[in-house]
Write a protein that binds this ligand. Structure first.
Ligand code: PLP
Length: 367
């Protein structure tokens, strides 16, 4: 990767030595990740043969921070990162149900909606989620190289209708500070790009990545939003809170895209707890995603009926700030559609019958 010289804009906040130390910490954690069944078996009771078979198809990576948390917190966290033999079941076996590859004008760009694109800038993560929607291309293959990123920026520059660029992956924040600064500067210089979003799970899986140095870089590219990804209240640790506080204090609004997952957050109590804890650390729940029918993830799917019941358990019962939109993403690249529990029980000539969160019925005029 060709890299433009680093501008030390954050020197006033941290000395370069301090900045380097923080940056090395997250990279050291990442380098010490558990990637083999043999290593994992020293921490958790697993079937090494099965774990190795699955990890051969879909690599495993659990960094020491998340491993320690998962060992302490049990099934809801372990299920997310420990390979499971069910991943090799072939029912529902569509690698790319959302047709992302068909909607890709150049490598790494998904252009589905008129005014915004997803830009895949990394195919590595701080931990590999077993339910990943991009299992087909994350964790494997060569790292994304500079010419691909440059071609993505060139495409966005030529697509003048694009105002919103979503950096995704993999995890964009696994790029180094220098690389991110180069990418963001390239996008920021495009006049029609008015907002940039970074979709990253590191605030929950490797919060040490959110260093003051990184935060100072991100701050320069406002308006920049970070949509993170927490799936269970136990992920909201003091470290995660620090990471989110640093971002918020740099003026970066935080959203959360949670995935509805069997055995992780598929009860009203677990979801309420998670959403409340997110709002308490200034993360606004944005989407609750229904699992896409991606090959190797069927064992995580929760029926829509249950998802709607969980949504019903949120609205009215807890602060409206804690209520995300429940989204399905249509197969074939149709895009995202929100699902709502049905509060309208009956539509009559002049009015309708509406149910409130307690199940009490009221009439409401139609016109
Ligand atoms: C989800 C998604 C977006 C962003 O959708 P929003 O509803 O604006 O958050 C954009 N492009 C693609 C391909 C997506 O899957």
């Amino acid at each position: 990767m060709t890299i433009t010289p680093l501008n030390h804009h954050y020197a006033s906040i941290l000395t370069p030595e301090q900045a380097l130390l923080e940056e090395r910490d997250w990279q050291e954690l990442l380098a010490a990740s558990v990637i083999s069944a043999e290593q994992l078996a020293t921490h958790l009771p697993i079937d090494p043969e099965n774990v190795d078979r699955v990890a051969g198809a879909y690599p495993m990576r659990i960094n020491p921070y998340f491993l320690e948390l998962a060992c302490r917190q049990g099934a809801p966290l372990q299920r997310q990162v420990v390979p499971c033999i069910d991943e090799l079941l072939t029912a529902d076996a569509i690698p790319d149900p959302l047709h992302e590859e068909h909607q890709s004008p150049v490598e790494g760009i998904i252009h589905r909606y008129p005014d915004r694109v997803v830009f895949l800038v990394s195919n590595r993560c701080a931990a590999y989620c077993r339910f990943c929607m991009r299992k087909r291309r994350v964790a494997t293959g060569a790292p994304i190289e500079w010419p691909t990123l440059q071609a993505g920026i060139d495409y966005i520059r030529s697509a003048t209708e694009v105002t919103d660029v979503i950096l995704s992956g993999g995890d964009p924040l696994l790029r180094t500070d220098t690389q991110l600064e180069w990418l963001l500067a390239g996008l920021h210089a495009i006049p029609h790009v008015t907002t940039i979003r970074i979709h990253s799970r590191v605030p929950s899986t490797l919060p040490q990545r959110i260093t003051p140095a990184l935060t100072a870089i991100l701050k320069r590219f406002a308006p920049l939003y970070v949509n993170t990804h927490f799936n269970h209240a136990a992920e909201v640790t003091p470290q995660a809170e620090t990471a989110c506080r640093r971002l918020v204090e740099a003026g970066i609004p935080l959203g959360c895209q949670t995935v509805l997952l069997r055995g992780v957050n598929d009860t009203p109590a677990a979801m309420q707890d998670l959403m409340r804890r997110l709002v308490a650390i200034r993360v606004k729940p944005y989407y609750l995603h229904q699992m896409d029918p991606v090959a190797g993830t069927a064992h995580f799917r929760v029926p829509i009926r249950e998802g709607l019941a969980i949504m019903r358990s949120l609205r009215g019962h807890i602060s409206g700030m804690c209520v995300p939109h429940y989204m399905i993403d249509l197969p074939g690249g149709g895009g995202k559609v929100p699902l709502l529990p049905d509060y309208v029980r009956e539509v009559r000539k002049r009015d309708m019958v509406v149910e409130n969160f307690r199940g009490e019925r009221f009439t409401y005029p139609l016109d």
